[in-house]
Design a protein around this ligand. Sequence first.
Ligand SMILES: C[S@@+](CC[C@H](N)C(=O)[O-])C[C@H]1O[C@@H](n2cnc3c(N)ncnc32)[C@H](O)[C@@H]1O
Length: 228
Amino acid sequence: MNTGHVELARAQQERWESAYARHPQLHGSEPSAAAHRAAEAFGAAGIDDVLELGSGHGRDALFLARQGFSVHATDFSEAALDQLRHEAQREGLDDRVTAALHDVRDPLPPADATVNAVFANLLLNMAFSPSELRSLVAETHRVLRPGGLFVYAVWSTADPCSQHWKQLDNGLSMNDGFVGRFFAESLVAELGENWQLDDATPYDEGQRRMLRVTMTKPQKPQKLQPES
Ligand SMILES: C[S@@+](CC[C@H](N)C(=O)[O-])C[C@H]1O[C@@H](n2cnc3c(N)ncnc32)[C@H](O)[C@@H]1O
């Protein structure tokens, strides 16, 4: 990570923290479309526990808990996690939802191959350098057990905003002080190396054009493709 990126990341963390403090329940209480997809995919695979990355104030963690999943939610904003804990307690879901502060640029806490499912809505498109993004996906792969599922959703390059936001280095864009990345399908494919890529589906959510991805950690390591 270069120094510019450390500063960018710190500034983004402060921005999210103050956004959640100023606007409790910033993302509303309705679960995301990706959370519905995750509930379906995890349920069909007989999975009942989920690690959520970048949960914010937990609209999706609470939804998954209401569906019967146990959810360990993480984010780098303590203000957002406080709102999640409070809401989980208010709804009587605190036995199924835990929340912990974690910056996903650091290694994920679980041991190798101990997690059944990972969910991340609108996290991978945050202010990560390409190498931070690859490390995050590699860490997710490391903690999942073989056969475990990763469902994530990101902004798509098909979103008209991708043309209007100020372009920064490393494929990142900025609007109103928030920095993020619009994903091309080629990036989804690149991050899906070493995975079984089950689906990468474009969809609309509000005014956003999105991509929703489901990947499985293969039972056996993927064979390297011979060089041509
Ligand atoms: C667009 S919000 C989405 C929140 C939530 N997933 C939802 O859909 O309601 C992005 C979230 O990612 C979190 N985030 C951004 N960078 C992060 C990082 N490096 N580590 C952990 N969380 C991060 C932010 O605090 C914010 O809660």
